[in-house]
Write a protein that binds this ligand. Sequence first.
Ligand code: SAH
Ligand code: DHB
Ligand code: MG
Length: 223
Amino acid sequence: MSGQQLWDDVDDYFISNLSPDDEALRAALRESESAGLPAIAVTAAQGKLLQLLAQVQGARTVLEIGTLGGYSTIWLARALPEDGRLVSLEYSARHAEVATRNIARAGLERIAEVRVGPALESLPKLADENPAPFDLVFIDADKANNGHYVEWALRLTRAGSLIVLDNVVRGGRVADADSTEPDVVGTRTAIELIASHPRLSGTAIQTVGAKGYDGFALARVLG
Ligand code: SAH
Ligand code: DHB
Ligand code: MG
């Protein structure tokens, strides 16, 4: 056995042992599917990784860019204390509605809030509110804007905050320096910004699993 079937089997093994779902998470995926949302949420193993990162961070505040049906939102919000705050930005009003219901069903409506609109419009509005710095930022929206999202994440965080980007590998397309695909260009811009920025220290890790061959980038904000 090899390739995707093997990656699925290994993910099933790890997930059933280490990141079992529960009714709220299952319902979030079920309701997302019946509302016709694409099945592109993080896996349970990846959701648990985000939750562990937020916990290791001692996070009280999380900013998410790209909500979909709120599946990753639930994993992250569960890492926060009762008076914690998660703001999730979503372009699609329909996705945001499904997510808001899923978040409420998970009992997280006092922690997690979904804001509708293109993130590049929501981010300046959020900054105008002078929010407490976000301890963790999860970037998982339109990859073409990944460079802009890292720049905004820098403005909205503090020394010690963590920035996480999903889908930085995309089957290996990130390595194509000649690519004109906006998603690839956006992710390469983000990676090169992390590499060159004096206030960022980062890495990127390739992954395989139920979502195929992809990866995460991580960057710590320095003082
Ligand atoms: N984080 C989610 C998956 C997000 S999928 C999870 O793992 O559960 C990407 C989402 O980003 C989609 O819902 C899409 O509508 C949204 N999106 C796309 N372009 C956007 C933009 N410009 N601003 C905000 N959200 C955007
Ligand atoms: C897509 C987006 C994602 O955030 C993801 O994790 C997988 C796929 C997509 O747009 O195809
Ligand atoms: Mg993603």
